[in-house]
Design a protein around this ligand. Structure first.
Ligand SMILES: C[S@@+](CC[C@H](N)C(=O)[O-])C[C@H]1O[C@@H](n2cnc3c(N)ncnc32)[C@H](O)[C@@H]1O
Length: 262
């Protein structure tokens, strides 16, 4: 659907390349330092259209990519950066039909990416400890998809609860102490399944690697980080951007053996 409707997320670009993420609401107004734009003038028009504010400033409307939405949406918990989300999807090999057990839902950024990759034939069961984060994540997921897709199951509680009940194909963790989930993953992750966690510091990596090794239930364990450097391209001036995201997190992935310990 390329025509914007009330309730849709919309990304507005001004001529300087600044972006503004809004939810289109009938009767509401977008206030920009270069004028006002009624939402009603954006509802019903095509993606890619340029409209003009009350001060005749052009604003171009696009549907946000998931990466734009995750970075721009108001949030409680820090999100996984898009560069890392891409690597998690690939190295945890999230694919249609997977049952993915995730924690914590946080702001829902990774949940949405996992759900897209697992598809409607799969399922993402996402646990979150904090009620305020869970509530906000639900709002953000609805804001992006229009509703909570049937294959996203948001649960309040600790990921260990899911481990005792499910036999997931993938476990994806962005929690401060992922090692607590490792014994459960060693027992309940499907054979050949993938454990993946995202942590910001070296001691956390050491702790989770120690736990994975101790179970003897995992093979092909790998830890890495992703660096992304944007380039500024302006005519003959082509150079790396002055600013970049220096550090976000370390990704660890491991494959589950069957039977455990052999
Ligand atoms: C950094 S945030 C996750 C952000 C999320 N990946 C995203 O992209 O929006 C970490 C979240 O994990 C939650 N958390 C911590 N320990 C948990 C556990 N054992 N089970 C479930 N959630 C947990 C925290 O409350 C917090 O909201």
């Amino acid at each position: 659907m390329t025509v914007f409707q009330a309730g849709d997320a919309c990304l507005l670009f001004d001529r300087k390349g600044r972006r503004y993420l809004i939810e289109l609401i009938a009767g509401a107004e977008f206030h920009h330092h270069h004028g006002v734009l009624p939402h009603d003038e954006m509802i019903g028009i095509e993606e890619g259209t340029t409209v003009r504010s009350s001060k005749n400033r052009p604003l171009t409307l696009m549907r946000p990519r998931l990466a734009d939405y995750a970075l721009k949406m108001p949030r409680g918990a820090a999100v996984v950066y898009p560069k890392d989300v891409g690597a998690i999807l690939v190295w945890a090999d999230i694919q249609p039909g997977n049952l993915v057990l995730e924690a914590g839902t946080g702001s829902g950024a990774l949940t949405m990416a996992l759900a897209r990759a697992a598809g409607a034939t799969g399922k993402v069961v996402s646990y979150e400890l904090r009620e305020d984060h869970a509530k906000l994540a639900k709002k953000r997921i609805k804001g992006f998809f229009g509703d909570i897709p049937d294959h996203i199951d948001l649960r309040l509680g600790s990921v260990e609860e899911g481990l005792s009940e499910l036999r997931p194909d993938r476990i994806v963790l962005d929690v401060p102490e992922p090692w607590h989930a490792v014994p459960g993953a060693a027992t309940n992750l499907a054979p050949g399944g993938i454990f993946c966690c995202y942590v910001p510091t070296v001691p956390q990596v050491q702790e989770v690697r120690r736990s994975l090794d101790q179970t003897g239930a995992f093979l092909d364990i790998m830890t890495f980080e992703i660096m992304m450097r944007e380039w500024a391209v302006d005519g003959r001036s082509v150079r790396p951007s002055h600013r970049m995201i220096g550090h976000t997190g370390f990704i660890t992935v491991a494959r589950k053996l069957e039977p455990a310990g052999d």
